[in-house]
Design a protein around this ligand. Structure first.
Ligand SMILES: [Zn+2]
Length: 266
């Protein structure tokens, strides 16, 4: 049933609000195809009424599929998610910019000043520190140095922070359970939008906030191979998870974009 496949695809991509509409479509399809023994068609036995009902269902279906199609086309071109200069969650833009620069700086701190895969991350506790917040750890793309293909900057940082949070000789000395809880209070800054693997890891960790610089769309424009699922879509599909994560996109792109602009433009 091809129509159901379309609906299922949309189910995986769009928000809970959209789900209601898509489920509605699926119910109509099932009612129409299972005949008069179930559903609405039992109340319309006359051929003329049934035919009118069929036409209505078809019209609704066509309209709904048009709607799904338009949403799909909109999602293909990501828009900025918010004015990045707003003081979201009570944290001013200057503070966001400060930590995004730390994410950029992670590259030279951990890898080299001008690496090819210039993806850096900083994980911050905004509930501690002197107003700026407290740096828990940094991470940078470590695939080249380790051979581990999963060590994107965000994954590397989550691994580093887990080690920092649970180290018996470190500043936190948390149990494994306490460390898992701690992530729900932390903010992850990354100088480029996370791939679906990293965006999923961010949701599984339950971060309080996720802030990125350069968008996946810009990375693609600059020649980077990407899995074309934006973070907003990963987040929209993760509503079953208990922790909420606030997403802020395209923060300080005037400073993050140059890190990704030269690699394929000799
Ligand atoms: Zn990634």
């Amino acid at each position: 049933m091809a129509t159901l496949i379309i609906a299922t695809t949309a189910y995986n991509v769009y928000t809970a609000e959209s789900l209601g509409i898509i489920n509605h479509i699926m119910i109509f399809i099932e009612t129409h195809e299972t005949g008069p023994s179930t559903g609405r068609t039992t109340k319309s036995p006359e051929p003329s009424l049934k035919a009118a009902g069929d036409r209505s269902i078809k019209a609704l279906l066509q309209l709904s599929l048009l709607w799904v199609s338009s949403v799909t086309q909109t999602a293909a071109h990501q828009q900025p998610l918010a004015d990045s200069r707003l003081a979201i969650n009570g944290i001013p833009f200057a503070t966001r910019a400060y930590w995004m620069r730390v994410a950029n700086q992670a590259l030279s701190d951990l890898v080299s000043p001008c690496p090819f895969g210039a993806f850096g991350t900083a994980i911050v506790n905004h509930t501690s520190g002197d107003g700026l917040g407290e740096l828990v750890c940094i991470g940078a793309n470590s695939i080249g140095s380790t051979g581990n293909p999963t060590l994107h900057g965000e994954i590397a940082a989550i691994n580093n922070c887990t080690a920092v949070l649970t180290s018996p000789t470190g500043p936190y000395n948390l149990t494994a359970s306490q460390a898992q809880t701690a992530f729900k209070s932390l903010s992850l800054y990354t100088n480029a939008e996370s791939c679906p693997m990293c965006a999923s890891a961010i949701r599984w960790a339950g971060f309080k906030e996720y802030i990125y610089g350069t968008s996946i769309d810009t990375l693609i424009e600059k020649g980077w191979g990407q899995i074309r699922i934006v973070s907003a879509d990963v987040f929209a599909a993760s509503y079953d998870l208990s922790a909420a994560t606030r997403l802020m996109g395209e923060v300080l792109t005037n400073e993050t974009d140059p890190y990704f602009a030269w690699q394929y433009d000799p």
